[in-house]
Design a protein around this ligand. Sequence first.
Ligand code: CDT
Length: 308
Amino acid sequence: MRKIVIGAAQMGPNQKADSRETIVARMLALLEEAARKGCTLVVYPELALTTFFPRWYIEDPAEIDRWFESEMPNAATQPLFDKARELQVAISFGYAELTADGHHFNSQILTDRDGNIVAKYRKIHLPGHSEWDDERAFQHLEKRYFEPGDLGFPVWRTQDAVIGMLICNDRRWPEAYRVMGLQGVELVILGYNTPSVNSQNSAEGEEQRLYHSELSMTAAAYQNSTWVVGVAKAGDEDGHPLMGGSIIVDPNGYVVARAKTDGDELLVHECDMDLSVFGKETIFDFARHRRIEHYGLITSQTGVVRKV
Ligand code: CDT
């Protein structure tokens, strides 16, 4: 048995006015609870350190950069890295990354149990739009503030497991998991900020959005025989509700832990990485069963081309 006791650290809302220090204090409380409960890995949401700022239309570049981190760790997050090392708990969280040469990414890092960053992922499937959109009930300007990630979908061996990361909208795209599946991924960790209502269809509310989120993660877990841990930032951010629904999914696609609230809430599950072996050696033994001669359109064509 290769076990990792995982803490899915769902976070409640971060308001626009909240300081990084106040938010990190809540993350520290979740980390301490996780350590008390035996976790060796704690996963926090996408853009954990700030509000979900892509809902706000901003023109001033300096005002935009206020939401980004140009160093990691930095003064505000150092206490989190220090506490993680003291407690010997690996952590993973999302944040807006500003690189030294001026690039903007929606990123997530993973540390080892000594608080050293061992992995970084940059979100590839950026949803939303880049200019103000009158047709929407509220804005979702990720394409304005971020560039698509440039690191692909790598996996890393750490904590005696093969671990990959995704961020929010990525979790809806089977290709993302399959690229990691082809590298033997055993655990996919991801965070999300998903509005409770569809900005382009007010009839699509939280129930359906929770269903689609769970459907995407459970199907991907089964089809790649991997654990999937999906962690929400939830609740009402300055009048804009985000759904919760954080889950831990086993390699058979079963939900083994599920958040009950829309606030700061820790889910804990002892995840045996060896559970991913059976599926990888049988129904989803890719080497034996995949038929790549028929998959060409997946990488040669982006959108639908109708031939009939
Ligand atoms: N943060 C993020 O990626 N949210 C999206 C909302 C899509 S609606 C534009 C998601 O897939 O949950």
